[in-house]
Design a binder for this molecule. Structure first.
Ligand code: NAP
Length: 250
């Protein structure tokens, strides 16, 4: 369903990003994966290629302008353009109360979680326009709906992505570029390991999930692929939650 499409993904050498890259490639896309570390990029690319998938990679710290430009330039060099962008990079530099969040942490949250996503969209949009359209998925979080202690500041940065999705969807619709958003709940990855490695805390979290378990990165990947596919041709500006029913507990 994505045969021949050119996909660029940030933060895609592990976790949700890597699972999304694998799923897009299994549907026929050529994928350019990226993250900060070259060794992570190499490992992800060789893993995907070992599965017979069409994958390339380049280091990209999304907070750095030259890295973002190099990422998009590499996609254009390899594929001749860009059809799909998955903006997945996110950091959480502060655990604690909002009022205790230092300015440096606010800066990082804004730069990596929000600003980089908007600027990357700005870099890929002209290439998508040349191809007659494209699809963008921003990765927010269930925390974006209800930011709260001890990750309130991170949650607020993810709320901004819900708004960014709406704003970009409106501005880019005339170019036939769709912009949607994924809001994962508790997904078992490195990023969230502090929440699930310790049995007691994990069980507490699971009590708040109607399905009674944490999610897997692969369970986010299908939503990303769907949003990028022709089946979602009339969907833009939407956020899809993947959280096992986090607000549905009796
Ligand atoms: P993960 O498994 O820990 O993977 C993080 C990936 O991001 C790695 O490939 C890492 O590689 C890369 N990365 C980190 N900082 C980066 C940066 N500044 N620039 C580019 N790449 C960077 O994390 P994950 O759980 O899949 O998280 C992915 C996204 O999902 C994040 O936006 C997160 O906020 C969101 N999310 C996660 C959960 C959850 O429960 N896991 C829930 C809601 C939302 P390098 O170290 O090589 O850079």
């Amino acid at each position: 369903m994505l045969s021949g499409k050119a996909a660029v993904l940030t933060a895609s050498t592990r976790g949700i990003g890597l699972a999304a890259a694998r799923r897009l490639a299994r549907h026929g896309a050529r994928v350019l994966v990226s993250s900060r570390r070259q060794d992570h990029v190499d490992e992800a690319v060789s893993g995907l290629r070992a599965e017979g998938l069409e994958a390339w990679g380049i280091p990209c710290h999304v907070g750095r302008g030259p890295d973002r430009e190099a990422l998009v330039a590499e996609a254009v060099r390899l594929f001749g353009g860009v059809d799909i962008l998955v903006s997945n990079a996110g950091v959480n530099p502060h655990a604690g109360g909002i009022l205790d969040c230092p300015e440096s942490a606010w800066d990082k949250l804004w730069e990596v979680n929000v600003k980089a996503a908007a600027l990357l969209v700005g870099l890929v949009a002209p290439h998508m326009e040349k191809r007659g359209g494209g699809s963008i998925v921003l990765v927010s979080s269930v925390a974006g709906y209800r930011p709260s202690f001890p990750i309130g500041a991170y949650g607020v940065s993810k709320t901004a992505l819900l708004g960014l999705t709406k704003a970009l969807a409106g501005e880019l619709a005339p170019l036939r570029i769709r912009v949607n958003c994924l809001a994962p709940g508790f997904i078992k990855t490195n990023f969230s390991s502090v929440l699930w490695e310790e049995d007691g805390l994990r069980r507490e979290l699971e009590k708040g999930v109607a399905m009674g378990r944490l999610g897997e990165a692969e369970e986010c990947a299908g939503v990303v692929a769907f949003l990028c596919s022709p089946d979602a041709a009339y969907i833009t500006g939407e956020t899809v939650g993947v959280n096992g029913g986090i607000d549905c507990r009796l």
